[in-house]
Structure formats: C-alpha cells, structure tokens
Design a protein around this ligand. Structure first.
Ligand SMILES: Cc1cc2nc3c(=O)[nH]c(=O)nc-3n(C[C@H](O)[C@H](O)[C@H](O)COP(=O)(O)OP(=O)(O)OC[C@H]3O[C@@H](n4cnc5c(N)ncnc54)[C@H](O)[C@@H]3O)c2cc1C
Ligand code: SF4
Length: 353
C-alpha cells in the first residue's frame, strides 16, 4: 500500500479545502469501500481527509414534510429510523438488502452513493480496466459478465453501479446536497451517476473536492405504494443481479383502478441506477392490469443490449418488474411471474443473517 497522509476535518468547509488543495486527496467516511481499495491497490491517494467527525449524522424533518439525511448517517441507522420505515419503507428495504449488519453499521449515506463498481477486473490490478486505468482496455468484454450492464453500457465499460440504496433514492426523486470548492449545489440523485461513455473512470458528475453533505427526500404521498425487490445469487451478502424500486400511485375511483403516477428505477443493470422512464410513460394513466405491466416492462427492456454471459438479465428484469408492479397493484400472483423460481434468491430486503 502506498503511504499517505491523514487528516481529520472539523467542519465541512475545512474538509473541502483540504481535498481541493491536493489532487491526490480523498474523503474517508466509513471506509468499507475505500480501505479495501487501498489494500488492493485500486486507489492510491496521497491524503485521506477523515470526515467521520463532521456533524452530518442527523436525520431531520423538512418544513415541506420531507426528510434531510446527513451524509454521515449510517446505513443501519437510516434503515431503522421510524420516519423512514413509515414514510419510505422501500428505502429501508433497499438498505437492509445490502451488505451485512456489521458493514451497514459502518457504511454511510454519502459513501454508499459513491461506492465503486464491484466488477472483478476493476478490483484486480493485474488486468486491464478502463475505469481503473483509462485507455488500458476492458477485460469484462469477452470475459466474466454475470454482474455487468445490459442498459446504457459503452464499448469502453460495461460495469454496473452496486448500491441498493441509490436505486431506491432514484425512484424516490431524492436530491443530493453538495458542498464544493465553488459553493453549494443540489443534484437530483437520478443525475448524480454517469453512464460510462468514453470516460468510464468518471462514475459521477461530482468534481474532485465535492463533498456530499446530505440527501433530501420529498414528502411521502399517502396514496402511494412502494417496494424494493432484489434478485441475487444468495439470500444475503450478495450484490444485485437485478433489482427493482417501484412507486405506484393508483386511482381507485372508477370501476377499475388506473395508474395516476409511477416511478421506477432498476439496479444491477447499468452504470447508474436506471430510471425506467419508458415504462413509466406506458404506465401513467393506464389501467393497473398485468397486460399493461408486461407492456411497460417490454418497452423498457427493448433498449437492453446484453453481452455474452448476461443475456439472462433481460427476461429477469422484465419478470421482476411485472411481479413487483402486480404486487403493488394487489393482483393475485401468477406462477410464471417469478423471474427466477429456482435460481437466484429474490427478497424484499429482509436481513436474513
Ligand atoms: C462484502 C461487502 C458486501 C457489500 N454488499 C453490498 C450490497 O449488497 N449492496 C450495497 O449497496 N452495498 C454493498 N456493499 C457496499 C457498502 O454498502 C459500501 O462499501 C458502503 O456503503 C460505503 O460507505 P462508506 O461510508 O464505508 O464509504 P467509504 O469507503 O468511506 O467511501 C467510499 C467512497 O466515497 C467517497 N465518499 C464517502 N463519503 C463521501 C462524502 N460525504 N462526500 C464525497 N465523497 C465521499 C470516498 O472518498 C470514497 O471514494 C458491500 C460492501 C462489502 C465490503
Ligand atoms: S467493465 Fe468497466 S470496470 Fe469492468 S473491466 Fe471493463 S472498464 Fe473496467
């Protein structure tokens, strides 16, 4: 491991200044991702600015009925908060479906959003990887692709973003609050992560010294139903092959319920949480039937471009979307709705440890 300097920041402004002054500096939050990367040689900062003591660990009520989640709020505290469990149960489920109890006790809201891909080649410094070393090539293309992207990938990178929480936040229309060298800015979660294009080394739109200080959630809508479903190779301690975060607002005033609004994000399928706008368009104003849900899922997955070894994700994502929407609409289950009945485990995010 390359030697590095270490500083503890006392306030957010000082943290930003310390990182802005050194191109090789990085923020250190819970360390559950970054410290692994130091040991693996994937990251080699010359300064770590520890933000662990910043007063950013509160969850506060907003005047408009929403919530502000400090960047240092631990994943376990966020999942257990009564306001989150009551108003945003999908977010609790997504958090509890990630990592393990011990990791969630250390992992933070900001760090979770900015964790890096779990592509095996990215983490193996003996292999070419455009994300780790721009211009070196992509070992995943033509290699092991089970956890890789089917949507929005490029010829330079087919990695996926690993965070469960980010997928739920994208469907909740959350906003990231950032303090940078030029001042404060607000970024919709949906616009935080980039698709890889020709610059896969850039995961997000953030600048070098940008510090996430909070994530804000809009007020929950009482009539909405939501859930998070994660399909993975084991029931615990595994990243998503495919996940679905969905919010449905049903209008039940007529003889048959119609969909007043739908917000959907997919995980495990792209370099960013994938907001399923095409599916949302099909759903909005349509009757809440399985036939409509199938059409919506087909419209979204029509743009999928799987590579050899991850073709299975296309029907898996379609099936998961139809199953989740059917459940939210209260339709009776259909046997073939299950996207992978005897294969990978699907869960609502319960902690099975
Ligand atoms: C074995 C294992 C299994 C896991 N399984 C899952 C899973 O199933 N689902 C899932 O979602 N996650 C999973 N994780 C990932 C885990 O959730 C992340 O490692 C964790 O959320 C990162 O948070 P952290 O606070 O430890 O970040 P750190 O490791 O401290 O930082 C991560 C990155 O974010 C930057 N950073 C941190 N905070 C800020 C901030 N406020 N502003 C700007 N930059 C910041 C750091 O500089 C660094 O680049 C797993 C991890 C492990 C080790
Ligand atoms: S998919 Fe992306 S992260 Fe993985 S080897 Fe290719 S360039 Fe690297």
């Amino acid at each position: 491991m390359k030697p590095f300097d270490y500083e503890r920041a006392n306030d957010p402004e000082a943290a930003v200044t310390a990182v802005a002054d050194r191109p090789g500096a990085r923020f250190l939050a819970g360390g559950t991702n970054l410290v692994d990367h130091l040991k693996l040689g994937v990251a080699a900062p010359d300064l770590l600015v520890d933000i662990g003591r910043l007063e950013l660990a509160e969850i506060e009520d907003l005047d408009d009925g929403g919530l502000r989640i400090g960047a240092m709020v631990r994943n376990s505290d966020l999942a257990a908060d009564p306001r989150v469990r009551r108003g945003y149960p999908m977010l609790s489920r997504a958090l509890l479906s990630g990592a393990s109890g011990q990791l969630r006790n250390a992992a933070t809201t900001g760090g979770n959003l900015l964790q890096r891909t779990r592509c095996v080649y990215f983490q193996d410094t003996t292999t070419p990887c455009n994300k780790r070393e721009p211009g070196s090539g992509c070992s995943a293309i033509g290699g092991y692709t089970r956890y890789h992207a089917i949507l929005g990938a490029s010829e330079d990178c087919i990695a996926t973003h690993p965070s469960d929480m980010a997928v739920a936040l994208a469907a909740l229309d959350a906003t990231v609050v950032v303090l940078g060298a030029e001042g404060r800015k607000r970024i919709p979660v949906d616009e935080l992560h980039r698709l890889p294009g020709s610059e896969p080394h850039r995961d997000t739109v953030l600048e070098h010294a940008d510090l996430i200080t909070a994530v804000e959630l809009p007020a929950p809508v009482g009539s909405e139903r939501s859930t998070y479903r994660k399909i993975r190779d084991r029931a615990s301690y595994a990243f998503a092959l495919v996940s679905v975060a969905a919010v449905l607002d049903l209008d039940s005033r007529g003889p048959a319920p119609t969909i007043a609004a739908a917000r959907i994000a997919l995980g495990g399928v792209a370099h960013a949480p994938w907001r399923a706008r095409r599916a949302e368009e099909v759903l909005t104003g349509a009757p809440a039937t399985r036939e409509v849900f199938r059409r919506a899922a087909a419209a979204e997955l029509e743009q999928a471009r799987p590579v050899r070894g991850n073709e299975f994700k296309v029907p898996m994502a379609q099936g998961a979307l139809v199953t989740v929407l059917s459940e939210l609409a209260g339709l009776p289950p259909e046997q073939h709705d299950d996207p992978h009945p005897e294969g990978p485990a699907a869960s609502e995010g319960a902690d099975h440890e």
